[in-house]
Design a protein around this ligand. Structure first.
Ligand code: GRF
Length: 201
């Protein structure tokens, strides 16, 4: 059973999927806190509906990214968080944060990395004309969407897909593999060697 902290900025459908997976016993863990940089994030309401503690931390109250991240790390440590889950969190983490939770921060990205890192990955995929895209759960390192890959799921791209239609299909896969990856972490089955993540049987 691990203590989880979730960082969000927006609507929080991945958070919702994680909450449900925990409630269904598919993840052996507990969400100790949900932190947002956005007061209006619907994700905060989702957490509150499940009696999960939330905190809004306003970056404008800090002089730089590192000071902001120090506050977040302090909040997570106070809650004895062991795994940090980024679920639609729109800020880049400072190296302070990454070092404080080395190999204990994971993210989900709506493309098959290393293709289409960064913002609006589904739009990038549609415009590029790929036939297959998908989503990736990965450990977070100091680059953008560049850390070791834990799980991926492929989604076919059809000729009439738009950014929105593709995003919707990818999202369904995100909800599956994010919960699976968290459970694997919780079970201590993820072994990082260099760029690769090995999953213990
Ligand atoms: C997802 O598409 C995720 O892959 C990306 O941000 C989006 C968050 O959606 N990192 P939600 O807030 O979980 O609904």
């Amino acid at each position: 059973m691990i203590n989880i902290g979730v960082l969000v900025s927006g609507r929080g459908t991945n958070l919702q999927a994680i909450i449900e997976a925990i409630e269904e016993g598919k993840i052996e863990g507990k969400i100790k806190i949900v932190i947002s940089d956005n007061l209006d994030a619907y994700a905060l309401k989702r957490a509150e509906q499940h009696n999960i503690e939330t905190q809004y931390i306003n970056h404008k109250e800090f002089k730089n990214r590192e000071d902001y991240d120090k506050k977040i790390v302090e909040t997570l440590k106070n809650k004895e968080v062991e795994l940090v889950v980024l679920a639609g969190y729109m800020r880049i983490l400072s190296s302070y944060f990454i070092k404080a939770y080395k190999n204990k921060i994971i993210n989900i990205h709506p493309a098959l990395l290393p293709s289409f890192p960064g913002l609006r990955a589904q739009k990038q995929a549609v415009e590029y004309g790929v036939k297959i895209s998908g989503c990736t759960v990965h450990f977070v390192d100091e680059g953008v969407d560049s850390g070791p890959i834990i799980l991926q799921s492929a989604v076919e791209v059809s000729e009439d897909d738009t950014e929105e239609s593709l995003a919707e299909r990818i999202l369904k896969e995100e909800h599956q593999i994010y919960a699976q990856a968290i459970q694997l972490f919780s079970q201590g089955r993820l072994i990082i060697k260099g760029r690769k993540v090995f999953i213990k049987k």
